[in-house]
Every structure is written in structure tokens, then in C-alpha cells.
Ligand binder design. Structure first.
Ligand code: AMP
Ligand code: MG
Length: 202
């Protein structure tokens, strides 16, 4: 039987039980679990065969939740979030002490974004916790842009792929970090430098 389903409430139940669901985003499908569940986060690394020193991106339903994840929001981070969320930009900021070391690979910063996909935003709104969600592919394999790709990779490892259709852009998010409250590009992705400079200057 196929593990692909559009049932958001089933995804909520699985995630509440500390298990994983593959979720659609505008970039690629992600392998998602509760950021506060050690069991869920460990299984993300195990199923993907991802090294533990590679930190995960935290997915939230809106900028309103950001202050529960990070301890300091520079003015330019606020401007960028208002301009590009939901969307393919990830902010790396000082973490709250409540964010587990497994998520951040022991760093004092955490990567966070609001994905631009209506199904996943609805899912995140129905959960009491954010989701860690690296791409839903085994380490070193091509990132999945369709639910069928994820099913092929992981049908023996997870119970559900939340069906959000084909991903529209297929390119990773652009990652922006901060030093002395000034933005620095850590990884160039779907969002262009010019778009960022239009909001915060060069
Ligand atoms: P992805 O592979 O698209 O899930 O993105 C994860 C990537 O985000 C990691 O490989 C890092 O490059 C980056 N990242 C996550 N957390 C941090 C952090 N705290 N500081 C710097 N980069 C981070
Ligand atoms: Mg990846």
C-alpha cells in the first residue's frame, strides 16, 4: 500500500507520537520530526544516514514563533523575515537554551525558516512544536521533489509522505547568518543576493 496521503490530521498524530513524516516545501520534500523529541531527531539522522555534525533547519508556521526559537533578533533579520517569509530564506541566529544540541550540532546558533507551502504551513499550525526537516533523501542521493521519490527512498522507514504535489522550485534555501547584527550569506540558494540587498543594503 502507498504511504502517500493528503491527510493532515494523520500527519499530526504521527508527529505527536515522536515519529517522522515527509513533508512538502517549495524547495524539496523534507524528512520531518518534532525538534523537541530526541527520539524523532535521532531517527532523522539514522534514516538519512546524515552525520550528526550537520545541523538541521527548524521550520516554523510564521515569524510570530521566531522569538521562541532564537534569543536575539537583529533589526535586519526582522526586515528579511518580513520580506521573504514564507519563502526560501533561512536565518541563522543565536538560539534559545531550549533548542536541543542535536538540532544545532552543538552550536549556539540555530537555522530557522517559514516554508512557502500551504499544506506544510497548515500542518505546522496544528502542531504544538516546530519541525526539523532536512531533505528527504539518503545522504548523498538526489533531493526529492515529488512524493513518489520519497516513497521510493523511505517506504520501509516511515509511515507517511504528506502529499503536497510537486515542489515548485527544487533549489535549496539561501542561508543568512549574522555577525554584529550584520547579515552574511552562508549558502546561496533559491533567493538571490540582489533580493536580499534590496531589503538590507549591500
Ligand atoms: P539542509 O541540508 O538544506 O537541511 O540545510 C542544513 C544546512 O543548514 C546545514 O548543512 C548547514 O549548512 C546549515 N545550517 C544549519 N544550522 C546552522 C547553524 N547553526 N549555523 C550555520 N549553518 C547552519
Ligand atoms: Mg540536504
Amino acid at each position: 500500500m502507498s504511504i502517500i496521503s493528503k491527510d493532515i490530521s494523520k500527519a499530526v498524530d504521527i508527529l505527536n507520537a515522536d515519529e517522522l513524516v515527509a513533508i512538502p516545501t517549495e524547495t524539496v520534500y523534507g524528512l520531518a520530526g518534532n525538534i523537541y523529541s530526541e527520539k524523532a531527531i535521532k531517527s532523522i539522522f539514522e534514516i538519512k544516514k546524515r552525520p550528526f555534525f550537520n545541523p538541521l533547519i527548524v521550520h516554523i508556521p510564521s515569524v510570530d514563533i521566531l522569538e521562541t526559537i532564537v534569543s536575539h533578533i537583529p533589526e535586519k533579520a526582522k526586515l528579511l523575515a518580513d520580506a521573504f517569509w514564507p519563502g526560501s530564506m533561512t536565518l541563522v541566529l543565536k538560539k534559545q537554551s531550549t533548542i536541543p544540541d542535536l538540532i544545532t550540532a552543538g552550536k549556539d546558533t540555530v537555522a530557522v525558516r517559514v516554508p512557502n507551502h500551504p499544506v506544510t504551513i497548515e500542518l505546522l499550525k496544528q502542531l504544538l512544536f516546530p519541525l526539523a526537516a532536512p531533505s528527504a533523501n539518503p545522504f548523498g542521493n538526489i533531493s526529492p521533489t515529488k512524493p513518489e521519490h520519497v516513497e521510493r527512498y523511505f517506504k520501509n522507514d516511515i509511515d507517511m509522505v504528506l502529499d503536497g504535489g510537486a515542489c515548485t522550485n527544487g533549489i535549496e534555501s539561501t542561508i543568512v547568518g549574522f555577525e554584529n547584527d550584520e547579515p552574511i550569506i552562508y549558502r546561496l540558494g533559491a533567493l538571490a543576493i540582489e533580493d536580499i540587498e534590496n531589503v538590507v543594503g549591500k
